[in-house]
Design a protein around this ligand. Structure first.
Ligand code: FES
Ligand code: FES
Length: 294
């Protein structure tokens, strides 16, 4: 048995009073209402547990505070859940919203966590991927880098606000038509970005690849290079870029273009199947498995 352990066992014995306590400590114990056996037990436990006088002082302070009456004009700190609260009123997808948020809360978190609009996605949360793009007063913004408090009095449109009932926004329909997505995670941000981009073109706003910055032309025609440059802040890990460019080109030009993909026909599937594949499928059909399970 080591020495320290021996010492603790002696001190933890509630019948042995600790060697010395000061007058102040005596007073504290009195204030705590600890007398006689209760005092000895408390001292043995607190010293054996390494608490000591500091613990006594804290306990005494706690008791003293608990006994205080609350002053009528007392000011309490806000709960840790909502520090620095600010009131924000904004229109989100056409509906007025008034809420109290932490002044540091991003628009992205406000949409997702407070308004349950989870269509807007959190990718990097640091302004690098574009997944969180929404439209504020007609301009695309990265909602992860925008404070909700900055949007007071503004109009916010998210992916949920683009369709009219069952009728998709033309950009949404074009993304489907041109296969502008695969997993879909970046898609809400891509579509919001693309919708706002059309306004930028309409207003004649220049991009890094615009040739003539002096023309001030309205309704800039978006070439594929322009679309790629203007959409470069929206990253797609699935690499659906050709479809995204085709979708934006079609909506901006207003000229329908044929989609470049279609579901494979039976003949096309048969043409790429080996004899083994054919035999396997025939066997599965004989066993009564449906087309879906095959
Ligand atoms: S989540 Fe905002 S840019 Fe990536
Ligand atoms: S569709 Fe998967 S990340 Fe763009």
């Amino acid at each position: 048995m080591d020495k320290n352990r021996e010492w603790k066992e002696v001190d933890l014995n509630e019948n042995d009073a600790p060697e010395e306590i000061s007058a102040d400590e005596e007073k504290l114990l009195d204030e705590l209402g600890l007398r006689g056996a209760a005092r000895r037990k408390f001292l043995g436990q607190s010293i054996g547990g390494g608490l000591g006088v500091f613990a006594l002082q804290l306990l005494a302070k706690e008791q003293a505070l608990a006994a205080l009456d609350v002053a009528p004009d007392a000011v309490f700190a806000q709960s840790a859940g909502l520090e620095n609260a600010v009131k924000v009123s904004m229109k989100v997808n056409g509906a007025a919203q008034s809420l109290e948020v932490d002044s540091r809360m991003s628009l992205l978190d406000t949409l997702r966590e407070r308004l349950d609009l989870t269509g807007t996605k959190k990718g990097c949360d640091q302004g690098q991927c574009g997944a969180c793009t929404v439209i504020v007063n007609g301009n695309r913004v990265l909602s992860c880098l925008t404070l909700a408090a900055q949007c007071n009095g503004k109009e916010v449109t998210t992916i949920e606000g683009l369709a009219k009932g069952d009728e998709l926004h033309p950009m949404q329909a074009a993304f489907i038509k041109h296969d502008g997505f695969q997993c879909g995670y970046c898609t809400p941000g891509q579509i919001c970005s693309a919708v706002a981009l059309l306004n930028e073109a309409k207003n004649g706003e220049a991009s890094h690849v615009t040739r003539n910055l002096r023309s001030n032309a309205r309704n800039v025609k978006l070439t594929d290079d322009e679309i790629r440059e203007r959409m470069s802040g929206n990253i797609c890990r699935c690499g659906a870029y050709p479809g995204i460019v085709a979708a934006i080109r079609e909506v901006q030009s207003g000229r329908e273009t044929a989609q470049t993909w279609h579901f494979a026909t039976d003949d096309e599937i048969a043409a790429v199947m080996t004899d083994n594949d054919q035999a396997e499928i025939a066997a599965m059909k004989r066993e009564g498995k449906t087309d879906e399970t095959v």
